[in-house]
Write a protein that binds this ligand. Structure first.
Ligand code: AMP
Length: 356
């Protein structure tokens, strides 16, 4: 059992976006310091951190120097190159574990892992060639979605197929990358569970949130989600099963499709998650503090939901609405300090709180 990090210790964070920023703010509240490693200068996290390294993830000398100056390393995104992890592995502990990153980096490995755990996923098949795609469509049927196995996020690297004529353009959209064909799940709604596990194996799950996406990007999360008591229990139990199987330390997001019959796991994210931002104003201990507590070896905090919350992402031009959000009652604004507004860019979010 690792000793808890003392206050004043330094947490290294790979990635300098808004998730890194909110992790650094949570760490600061606990008297811990943060050192951000990111290729971009002056990102959202760098603005609030104690120390910053601006270097590429293939700059292994920079990674070794960074690792030597911190007490533990964590990440705000899952696509960390294996060589970067190798470079720090002998120098400093890192959480969540490498296996969790590797599982979530590849949709095929991820789906197989979930099925091996006995959890339900969309039917899927690996696709490298046009023949593979025809075989996958014949086996799984239409409609379906073709996705790159790696490096997809917010709906990027995906093509929907409604008839077999769509196969050529869908394969072209993969741009030669390995792909996975998934049967289209006729879900009624989407939910996610944000779950945490400490190094001692203690698990704490937040109440599931209901997510609405637009153009592949999360728009809103509402808690409580529309789930029956038994679905809520199932959602939390399956998240705990995933955490235990990965021997996980930290916070993980599990995205689920809800169908009239069952819960189907879409994907897992080995990090704090956009659909967990409601916890900042709906719980005594939010997902960011929970993650910091877990990786620092502190006891997990109380993640019980005390309020109903609607989290609304502020994307691109939504920034023009911040004055009206600032005037709204029961509304907390969380802005990420990004200077340039771009279409589809997450600029901040608002948590609209109601009594439970
Ligand atoms: P993903 O990048 O896998 O999270 O997909 C982004 C969004 O596309 C999901 O949140 C769903 O709304 C939709 N989606 C992805 N996979 C499927 C599927 N197999 N069936 C139905 N909808 C899907």
């Amino acid at each position: 059992m690792t000793k808890p990090l003392p206050t004043g210790a330094t947490i290294g964070i790979f990635g300098g976006g808004q998730l890194g920023r909110m992790l650094a703010l949570a760490a600061a509240r606990l008297g811990l310091k943060c050192h951000i490693f990111d290729p971009a200068k002056d990102g959202p996290a760098a603005q609030v951190a104690d120390n910053v390294t601006t270097a590429a993830f293939d700059d292994l000398d920079a990674i070794r120097a960074f690792a030597a100056g911190v007490d533990v390393v964590t990440y705000e995104f899952e696509n960390i190159p294996a060589a970067a992890l190798d470079a720090l592995a002998d120098v400093v502990p890192h959480h969540p574990p490498r296996g969790a990153l590797e599982t979530s980096q590849d949709r095929l490995i991820e789906k197989q892992f979930l099925q091996d755990l006995g959890l339900k996923t969309a039917p899927f098949a690996a696709v490298e060639t046009a023949d593979d795609l025809q075989a996958a469509i014949a086996k799984i049927g239409l409609p379906g979605i073709l996705k790159t196995t790696r490096l997809g996020y917010d709906g990027k690297g995906q093509a929907r197929l409604t008839c077999s004529d769509d196969a050529v353009s869908a394969l072209e959209a993969m741009q030669g990358a390995s792909a996975i064909y998934e049967g289209f799940v006729e879900f009624t709604h989407e939910v996610s569970v944000i779950a945490a596990r400490g190094p001692d194996g203690a698990v704490s799950c937040y109440d599931p949130g209901e997510n609405v996406h637009q153009d592949g990007i999360l728009r809103t999360t509402t808690v409580p989600a529309r789930l029956s008591p038994s679905q809520r229990t199932d959602a939390v139990l399956l998240a705990a099963k995933i955490l235990n199987a990965l021997n996980y330390v930290g916070v993980l997001g599990v995205e689920l499709f809800v169908t009239p019959e069952t819960l189907i796991v879409n994907e897992i994210a080995p990090r704090v998650h956009n659909s967990g931002h409601w916890t900042q104003n709906g719980c005594a201990v939010d997902q960011f503090e929970q993650h910091i507590r877990a990786i620092a070896g502190w006891p997990l905090g109380d993640g019980q939901r005390h309020s109903d919350v609607v989290m609304e992402n502020l994307i691109g031009d939504d920034m023009n609405k911040i004055a009206s959000f600032a005037e709204k009652p029961n509304t907390a604004l969380h802005l990420y300090g990004k200077s340039e507004i771009r279409a589809g860019r997450k600029m901040g979010h608002a948590n609209i709180v109601q009594k439970s």
